[in-house]
Ligand binder design. Structure first.
Ligand SMILES: Cc1cc2nc3c(=O)[nH]c(=O)nc-3n(C[C@H](O)[C@H](O)[C@H](O)COP(=O)(O)OP(=O)(O)OC[C@H]3O[C@@H](n4cnc5c(N)ncnc54)[C@H](O)[C@@H]3O)c2cc1C
Length: 494
């Protein structure tokens, strides 16, 4: 995306006759409380957790499927595009309200549709509304001795609908996989307000897997109004281990040895020296501050297997020159170790007013090279970059720290972000592991897929969402470009 293509926030834009007619219809359906049009509300919903922003027409906050269907049919009747939104923690601009052809979209927030509809213990599944926060399902499942495996670091805020829409991942992806592996069925509302049950609740499929297609749709295929999610038994035992290393390469080599060992860990997280220093000053997680990198490792399952896994990990860490290996003695120490990992974003807030969080994947065998490249990119751009890595699956999250008030800094931040992506591609990696494509990664897709592959994806999208009103201009490269969105230079607007 070219920052020079920016448009100014349109605080004083007068709604066109079409927009006025839509707003009048929506006002009748949603009432004053369910429709926000003020400049303040529009500023609040200009972006997600990315740095891409655009001016929405208004924000609709339906409370039910019926209200949502009325909102969607009103959009259809007036030809106004819409941007689905939940908690707004997305990092790729997916919920940034870009329109198409100069038409401002309506933001449709599903945050008020947040009920846990059923916890079906016998069949180990939950039926949820899209606005239910991930951690709330986790707590409800835990009370029944169950767990919901996808655990994004944002789980205390991000919603399950957002997780479905972005095919979210988390710390335990290595064994449990991403969201798609835990979504049994999706209820998808189309632009006509009709709900389609894309069902995979029974293991044997007798039709095309449209459930699978819909997970990761990022709001371009319709609005997720419900989901059936898989629950797993809570593990009887958990073993957690913290290992410190004098070099990043030693930590990366240990990861390689661990994932090819006969005791595959359930979580393998890597943090570099800058991340360690920041987190220790904030959360006192007990990480060695003289280490160049730490690995956080976890095994789950029956006690004997967990114990054998922790032994294997400790041995392999030692063999690769670990300077320190700590086994969590109890649940408190385990929680403390993970607290550091989950506190990274909070810790950064104490150090720098802004951060840009990148998300790329490389084959595990190229992890060391990729980490070296990120360090070099930071040095070249004069930026502090710290690395937090889902190392088991080669998914890097470089955090670029900055202060947007510094003249020209955003150009350097985005140059670094761009180079991190192109480096990952050059190492046989890909452009996103879990944060999605949105607008930020959209134009990279033509380096990942052939034109024919992209045309096929577009054909599927058009078949499932023929109106073209659902989150236009996102995910798939188009000829329209992203002139509706801009980077965030105006502090007053964020
Ligand atoms: C500090 C931090 C840590 C993070 N850690 C992780 C992590 O570990 N793993 C991970 O995967 N992500 C992570 N994320 C990214 C983000 O939390 C996820 O992408 C999450 O799934 C977004 O959920 P949300 O409810 O905030 O959705 P939003 O940001 O509101 O929306 C995200 C996308 O989904 C679409 N959407 C939302 N709801 C619906 C719906 N009901 N129907 C159709 N489309 C919809 C939107 O249009 C948009 O394209 C992190 C973000 C932050 C800020």
């Amino acid at each position: 995306m070219d920052p020079a293509a920016a448009t100014r926030p349109r605080r004083d834009t007068v709604p066109t006759p079409t927009e006025q007619a839509l707003l009048a219809d929506l006002g009748r359906t949603l009432g004053e409380d369910g429709l926000r049009t003020s400049a303040l509300s529009r500023a609040t919903y200009r972006r997600d957790a990315s740095f891409l922003n655009a001016d929405p027409l208004a924000i609709a906050l339906p409370r039910s499927r019926e209200e949502l269907a009325a909102v969607l049919t009103a959009c259809r009747d007036h030809g106004v595009p819409f941007t689905p939104r939940a908690a707004g923690t997305g990092l790729a601009g997916g919920a940034t309200p870009t329109g198409v052809g100069g038409v401002r979209p309506l933001v449709i927030s599903v945050a008020r549709m947040d009920r846990l509809l059923a916890l079906d213990v016998a069949n180990r599944r939950a039926h949820v509304e899209p606005g239910l926060v991930n951690a709330r399902l986790g707590r409800a499942a835990a009370a029944e001795g169950l767990r919901f495996a996808p655990d994004p670091a944002s789980q205390i805020a991000a919603t399950l609908g957002g997780n479905v829409a972005t095919n979210a991942g988390g710390i335990h992806v290595l064994t449990y996989g991403v969201m798609s592996q835990h979504v049994l069925a999706v209820e998808l509302m189309d632009a006509d307000g009709e709900v389609h049950l894309l069902d995979g609740r029974l293991p044997e499929q007798d039709a095309l897997d449209l459930r699978g297609v819909s997970v990761g749709g990022e709001g371009t295929l319709g609005i997720v109004v419900g989901a059936w999610l898989r629950l797993l038994p809570a593990p009887p035992a958990v073993g957690t281990l913290l290992a410190g290393f004098a070099t990043l390469d030693a930590a990366a080599a240990t990861v390689g040895a661990l994932v090819t060992s006969d005791r595959l860990p359930d979580a393998v997280e890597l943090m570099d020296a800058r991340a360690i220093a920041l987190v220790e000053g904030y959360a006192q997680a007990g990480y060695p501050t003289d280490a160049a990198a730490v690995l956080l490792l976890e095994y789950e399952g029956l006690a004997a297997g967990v114990s054998a896994g922790v032994d294997t990990a400790a041995r392999l860490a030692d063999q690769h020159g670990a300077t320190e290996v700590v086994r969590a003695a109890d649940a408190d120490q385990r929680a403390r170790i993970w607290k550091g990992r989950k506190a990274v974003a909070g810790a950064i807030a104490k150090q720098a007013p802004d951060f840009f969080l990148q998300d790329v994947v490389v084959p595990r065998s190229r992890l060391g090279e990729m980490l070296d490249a990120v360090v070099a990119i930071g040095e070249r751009e004069g930026l502090i970059i710290l690395n937090v890595v889902h190392a088991g699956d080669g998914n890097l999250h470089p955090f670029v720290l900055f202060d947007r008030r510094e003249e020209g800094v955003l150009d350097r931040v985005f140059a670094a972000g761009h180079d991190i992506v192109t480096t990952a591609l050059s190492l046989d990696g890909t452009v996103t592991g879990e944060h999605g494509v949105g607008i930020e990664k959209r134009d990279f897709l033509s380096q990942v897929y052939t034109a024919d592959d992209l045309a096929l994806q577009q054909a599927v999208r058009s078949a499932m969402e023929p109106s073209g009103l659902a989150n236009p201009d996102k995910v798939l490269p188009t000829t329209v470009g992203c002139q509706e969105a801009q980077m965030v230079p105006e502090g007053a607007w964020v």
